[in-house]
Design a protein. Structure first.
Length: 295
């Protein structure tokens, strides 16, 4: 994956004009180097494309956050979390750092887990994997309506998100570095919201009443369409059947492959018997062959 100095500025600062200024300064320095090397035209082409893609993902995320902010949900939903809002810093750092180019494969999850993206703003965002492997960190505020049993602790959360540690652990084992993985891959969630019952139990969006699913899914469908238009993947892989079905519903004209792999949830006995090997077998059946580095 091509990486330029201004992309480091995108990662290191996430506050409005601050990161914009840092990007401008980094690009200015790098353009001078390109002039000296006689490759200015090529540099400008690459830099423009990567910046446009990264910032398009940020705009899509902010639009989706606004679209779901005013939605209301009835019992059994008692608490609602939107990490695109309260964890915007690390979420957008993830988009700017690792969403900076076209991707061959888009992995699509369902919605944030209470100890993953709910805490870090990163899909399948197990704290240790996000901080130590993806090298993403940042301020995470409190959610406006937290369940006392499910507080937002951000990167101080000590609970592991098993699904995230499995998915990102597989990426680490297979590709070694995040640069190797994100050269052709990206991970996103279909729905950005966490739904919590009065007991503190997590409620998945497929369990919502139809009248509440409809406006939510409309906003999520639009965001997914825009993500696919931006990243231009050949494969959209639902991590779990729900994500695959939503991809099929929202991308009727998609010319690539829409498929699914087993969700790495510890609630799945099958996933507990060696999720990584099962996922690679399913990917191979879809035409992706990790053992040949074609993933």
């Amino acid at each position: 994956m091509v990486r330029l100095a201004w992309q480091t500025a995108l990662h290191s600062s996430t506050a409005g004009a601050t990161w914009e200024n840092e990007v401008v300064h980094a690009k200015t320095r790098e353009r001078h180097d390109a002039v000296d090397a006689g490759v200015l035209g090529r540099y400008d082409d690459i830099a423009s494309t990567l910046l446009v893609i990264a910032m398009s993902l940020v705009k899509i995320s902010r639009a989706l956050s606004r679209a779901v902010t005013d939605l209301r949900f009835s019992a059994p939903v008692a608490h609602l979390y939107n990490p695109l809002d309260y964890a915007r810093g690390p979420h957008e750092a993830y988009l700017k750092t690792w969403g900076n180019g076209p991707k061959r494969v888009l992995f699509l999850g369902m919605n944030p887990g209470p100890f993953g993206m709910a805490q870090t703003g990163v899909p399948f965002g197990d704290v240790r994997m996000v901080r130590d492997w993806l090298r993403i960190e940042g301020e995470v505020k409190h959610a406006p309506d937290e369940h006392p049993k499910r507080p937002i602790l951000g990167f101080s959360c000590t609970r592991s998100e098993v699904s995230g540690s499995r998915l990102w652990g597989w990426a680490k084992d297979r590709f070694g570095t995040p640069e190797g993985f994100f050269e052709d891959h990206f991970v996103a969630n279909y729905c950005p919201l966490v739904f919590m019952e009065k007991s503190g139990r997590n409620l998945t969006p497929d369990k919502l009443p139809a009248a509440e699913r409809t406006p939510l899914f409309a906003a999520c469908d639009e965001a997914l369409r825009r993500i696919v238009e931006t990243l231009n993947p050949e494969f959209v892989i639902g991590v779990g059947s729900f994500a695959m079905e939503r991809a099929k519903a929202s991308l009727p004209g998609f010319e690539g492959v829409i498929g699914t792999i087993l969700h790495p949830s510890p609630a799945s006995p099958k996933a507990n018997r060696g999720w990584a090997k099962l996922a690679e077998k399913e990917l191979a059946e879809l035409g992706l062959h990790p053992e040949a580095r074609l993933l």
